[in-house]
Design a protein around this ligand. Structure first.
Ligand code: CA
Length: 227
């Protein structure tokens, strides 16, 4: 479900799309003019704007430029005009995608979901980390070793992810307590040791025969590429 603002002057199209998008679960508001649409876009902060290019008071591309000056809201342009010559300036002006008339609410919905998915991905960049066969994805909290899922507690995940982002570097227990446990001062090194030993077991290694988690005596621990 998304909050969609539809800026379209043709009442037949506006009514049909509003109804169709609502049936698909979206919340839809609409405007028949460019300037009123701009006002609504800024006031209501919709998740996405569907913008007709041929509007009575202002060219849609002009409106798009005005909108882009103040907002990064995803915009899908609806146009009767087709072809590269027509669409390149529209995309240059900041449209995220376009649909060519006539189109159905179902087709528009597919574009809406694709554009929102893309926008969402950009907002939460891929911060997954891979070291040899070890892969950690903080967005899904999934950890795998050689393709096999690891059953980690949240703390174990955070600890392993922190070490993996610093692969090859020695990290002190003090630093781990502060970064992973959020302990500003105090805190016992023993806590770190215990979690490291649990992690080692899950990774199928020991302190004596480490593969990924290497203890640097008197300093801390480092995560390494076993190769
Ligand atoms: Ca129109």
């Amino acid at each position: 479900m998304a909050e969609i603002l539809l800026i379209e002057d043709d009442v037949t199209i506006r009514t049909a799309l509003t109804r169709g998008l609502r049936e698909l679960g979206h919340a839809v508001s609409s405007s028949p003019t460019a300037l009123d649409g701009l006002r609504l876009a800024l006031r209501d902060r919709p998740d996405l704007v569907v913008l007709d290019l041929g509007l009575p008071d202002l060219d849609g591309v002009e409106l798009l430029r005005m909108l882009r000056a103040v907002s990064q809201v995803p915009v899908i342009v609806a146009t009767a005009r087709d072809g590269d010559d027509e669409m390149v300036p529209v995309l240059d002006a900041g449209a995220d995608d376009y649909v060519v008339k006539p189109f159905s609410a179902v087709q528009l919905d597919a574009r809406v979901r694709a554009v929102l998915r893309r926008a969402g991905d950009e907002r939460s960049p891929d911060t997954s980390v891979t070291v040899a066969g070890l892969r950690l994805d903080p967005r899904t909290r999934e950890a795998t070793l050689d393709g096999t899922p690891l059953e980690l507690t949240p703390r174990e995940f955070d600890l392993l992810h922190f070490l993996a982002t610093r692969a090859g570097e020695v990290v002190t227990k003090r630093e781990l307590l502060s970064e992973v446990w959020q302990v500003a001062y105090g805190g016992a090194d023993k806590t770190v040791d215990v979690h490291l030993s649990w992690l080692r077991r899950k990774l199928g290694e020991t302190a004596q025969e480490p593969r990924y988690l290497v203890t640097v005596r008197g300093v801390g621990v480092k995560l390494v590429d076993p190769a």
